[in-house]
Design a protein around this ligand. Structure first.
Ligand SMILES: NC(=O)c1ccc[n+]([C@@H]2O[C@H](COP(=O)([O-])OP(=O)(O)OC[C@H]3O[C@@H](n4cnc5c(N)ncnc54)[C@H](OP(=O)(O)O)[C@@H]3O)[C@@H](O)[C@H]2O)c1
Length: 323
C-alpha cells in the first residue's frame, strides 16, 4: 500500500483528497496540520498528522524518508514557500536514490503531485486546453497577478523529472461544502439578506460582474488528484499537466440564482464594485473557456457533480451551514 503525504492535509482540498484515498483502501495517508486542533481533526479522519514545518526543506526531506513516503502532494497554500517545498521533495528523492545506489540498487522515483490553478491562464476569448503552457508566447492572456509566479514553478517541477515522477493539476474555482472562494460572493449576499430584509436598495458585490469562472466540485477535484496518484508511476504520458473543470458559468447567473436561495427579492439589483486593485478579486474576475478533455482521457476522470446552477441551493445552504 503506497504511502502518501499531503502537504496542506488539513485544508479544504487536502482533507477531501485524504478521505478519497482512504476510501479506496489502497493508500496510507499522512497529512500536515499547523495546530493541535487540526491535527486531531485529521487523525480522527484516519490520516496520520505531521505538525512540523514542512517549508523547511531539510525537515521535509527527513519526514518523507522517516515515514517511507512514496508520493507527496503539495495541496498547501504556502505560496511563498513553494520553491522550498519542492527543494525538500527533491532532497528526499536524491537522498533515497544515493542510499540505494551504495548497494547497487535502483528504486522507484518519489512521486510529486502539485496543486496549481486555473488563474495561470488569465482570461480567454476562445477555448483553450492544458497542452498550452501558460505565460508563454502562445497564451491568450497573462496569468492573474496573484498567480504570476506559478507558471515558472510548474516549469521547475517539470525540470525535476529526472528525480521525481510528477503531476501538476490545475483545479478551477472549487465549490461544495465550505468553499472559501464562494464565500467572497455568497458572504456579501448573506450579509445583505440579513441587514436589508424587505428593502430594494442595491447590494454591493465585490468583484467584476463580467467574470465567468470555471467550476468544479471539491469531491471531483479530489477524484482527479486520486486518479493522478494512481497513475503517477509513469502512466501520465509526456505532459502530466491537467486542468480540472466541469463547467463555466457567468458570475451574474450564479449570483442571481444565489439571491433567490437566500430569500432576496429578484428585483433587488446587484452592484458589482469592481476589483479595486485587489489581486484576489482580479483573479476571481477572469473569464474561463477551458475544459478537461485530457483529464478524462488520460486520468479516466469522470466528474460526478455537474449542473451547478440546478443544484445551487444545496451548495449555498451547505456553505452557510459551514460558517
Ligand atoms: N479553493 C479553490 O478554489 C482552489 C482553486 C484552485 C487551486 N487551489 C489551490 O489549492 C491549494 C489548496 O487550497 P485550499 O482551497 O485547500 O486552501 P485551504 O483550505 O486554505 O488549505 C490550505 C492548506 O495549506 C496549509 N498551509 C497554508 N500555509 C502554510 C504554510 N506556510 N506551511 C504549511 N502549511 C500551510 C493550510 O494550513 P492551515 O489549515 O493551518 O492554515 C491548509 O492546510 C492551494 O494551492 C490553492 O491555490 C484552490
Amino acid at each position: 500500500m503506497p504511502n502518501v503525504l499531503i502537504l496542506g492535509g488539513s485544508g479544504y482540498l487536502g482533507l477531501a483528497l485524504g478521505k478519497s484515498l482512504l476510501r479506496a483502501g489502497t493508500y496510507t495517508v499522512w497529512g500536515t496540520a499547523r495546530t493541535p486542533e487540526k491535527a486531531k481533526n485529521i487523525l480522527s479522519n484516519e490520516i496520520f498528522p505531521i505538525e512540523e514545518d514542512i517549508t523547511d526543506p531539510t525537515k521535509l526531506a527527513a519526514i518523507i524518508i522517516e515515514n517511507s513516503i512514496n508520493i507527496v502532494v503539495d495541496a498547501s497554500a504556502a505560496y511563498e514557500k513553494a520553491g522550498s517545498i519542492l527543494a525538500g521533495v527533491i532532497q528526499a528523492a536524491t537522498e533515497r536514490e544515493e542510499t540505494l545506489k551504495k548497494d547497487n540498487i535502483v528504486g522507484p522515483k518519489l512521486g510529486f503531485v502539485y496543486t496549481s490553478g486555473a488563474w495561470n491562464h488569465g482570461s480567454q476569448k476562445t477555448r483553450i486546453n492544458d497542452l498550452l503552457p501558460p505565460a508563454s508566447a502562445y497564451s491568450q492572456d497573462k496569468p492573474a497577478t496573484a498567480s504570476s509566479w506559478r507558471p515558472a514553478h510548474e516549469q521547475a517541477i517539470l525540470a525535476a523529472r529526472d528525480k521525481l515522477d510528477v503531476a501538476i493539476l490545475r483545479p478551477h474555482t472549487i465549490y461544495g461544502r465550505g468553499s472559501w472562494v464562494f464565500g467572497t460572493w455568497w458572504g456579501a449576499l448573506a450579509e445583505a439578506a440579513k441587514a436589508k430584509s424587505g428593502t430594494s436598495s442595491p447590494i454591493s458585490i465585490p468583484g467584476d460582474g463580467k467574470a465567468v469562472p470555471g467550476l468544479v466540485h471539491v469531491d471531483d477535484v479530489a477524484a482527479g488528484f486520486h486518479a493522478a496518484i494512481d497513475r503517477i508511476d509513469g502512466r501520465l504520458g509526456s505532459w502530466p499537466i491537467f486542468d480540472l473543470v466541469t463547467e463555466t458559468v457567468s458570475l451574474v447567473e450564479i449570483l442571481e440564482a444565489a439571491k433567490v436561495v437566500l430569500g432576496i427579492e429578484p428585483e433587488v439589483p446587484l452592484e458589482y464594485t469592481g476589483t479595486q486593485g485587489n489581486v484576489f478579486l482580479e483573479a476571481l474576475g477572469l473569464v474561463s473557456k477551458a475544459d478537461s478533455s485530457r483529464a478524462r482521457t488520460v486520468l479516466g476522470w469522470s466528474p460526478k457533480r455537474t449542473e451547478f446552477l440546478l443544484n445551487l441551493p444545496v451548495y449555498v445552504k451547505a456553505w452557510q451551514a459551514s460558517q
